[in-house]
Design a protein around this ligand. Structure first.
Ligand code: GTP
Ligand code: MG
Length: 298
């Protein structure tokens, strides 16, 4: 696979929350490695998705949506996003027709400070009429005149070959970094915790999804491929949140568990026994020890 001109490099996916970075990563990798949801700030960790092409290996870095760190909330997430970008050979800035101008300006001001090759991908073009696309391209061209601009839809796949075509020439000539069958740099244990967190995101509202962290406590694969036994803890910040996650007669937790198990079985390709516990870890989001144990801080 690797010849003299083979290319390999990191491509950071950067953008506001909810623009479709994780959806794009999954679409490119052709496997669900990143969790997604209609709620903003779903992604909390840097995750590398490996995309194989005959002439290149592209290492896409999914990142948390960039939010204005002046609004205090989640400085760590902004640091993760910008850190991934510092590491990358190329950055893809994902925007959508629905983006808020003020947020766009904040992100553009970050991007202008770095000298890496940058591509602007206008995602979710399936949500607008065709004649609206050109003016949108023109407005981004005005903000960053040097960047290539690709209209696309991560959900439907439009524009993805064009996006890859723009990226590949910008990558350094290098041998592949990952074996061709590897899809991500993250462990199965990590992906399992994320799939459970995704189901919590889908079944809770308001502040609850943001107060939740998931940790896999036990991953017993001695009987694999007949069965993998997983025990995971869903941490919340307050006792009232614990009640909500569990739900009346345990119904919500049961639904979360059933859906998570199905998703985990598709990932591990074998039957799974999943045991979920909900525990309170008071104000874990502000506790450095908790943040470290839950994998948010090095
Ligand atoms: N219509 C449409 N919806 C999309 C497209 N791409 C993503 N979405 C939807 O947008 C929502 C957010 O997608 P995510 O991939 O979770 O967005 P993200 O940028 O990773 O969000 P954060 O992790 O919160 O920063 C989901 O409901 C997706 O289904 C697209 O091309 N078209
Ligand atoms: Mg995401």
């Amino acid at each position: 696979m690797s010849g003299d001109n083979f290319k390999c490099g990191y491509v950071a996916l950067i953008g506001a929350p909810n623009v479709g970075k994780s959806t794009l990563l999954n679409r490119l990798v052709a496997e669900k490695v990143a969790i997604t949801s209609p709620k903003p700030q779903t992604t909390r960790h840097r995750l590398c998705g490996v995309v194989q092409r005959p002439e290149a290996q592209l290492l896409f870095l999914d990142t948390p949506g960039i939010i204005d760190p002046r609004r205090a909330l989640n400085e760590i997430l902004v640091r993760v996003a910008l850190g991934a970008w510092a590491e990358a050979d190329v950055a893809v800035w994902l925007v959508t027709p629905q983006d808020v101008a003020a947020e766009t300006q904040i992100i553009a001001s970050y991007l202008k400070r770095f000298s890496k090759p940058l591509i602007i991908a206008i995602n979710k073009i399936d949500t607008i009429a065709k004649p609206e696309i050109l003016p949108l391209i023109a407005s981004y061209h005005e903000i960053l005149p040097d960047a290539a601009i690709v209209p696309m839809s991560a959900l439907y796949g439009d524009g993805l070959p064009e996006l890859l075509e723009e990226i590949i020439p910008l990558l350094p000539v290098a041998p592949p970094l990952y074996p061709s069958e590897q899809l991500t740099d993250r462990s199965e244990r990590f992906l399992v915790a994320e799939l459970i967190r995704e189901r919590v995101f889908h079944h809770t509202a308001q502040e609850i999804p943001y107060a939740v962290a998931v940790q896999v406590d036990d991953f017993d694969e001695r009987q694999r491929p007949q069965l993998v036994r997983i025990r995971a803890i869903i941490y919340v910040e307050r006792a009232s949140q614990k009640g909500i996650i569990i739900g009346k007669k345990g119904r919500r937790l049961k639904t979360i568990g059933q859906e998570a198990r199905t998703a985990i079985e598709s990932l591990l390709l074998c039957p799974v026994y999943l045991e979920l516990w909900v525990k309170v870890w008071k104000n874990w989001r502000k506790d450095p020890r908790a943040l470290r144990q839950l994998g948010y801080l090095e």
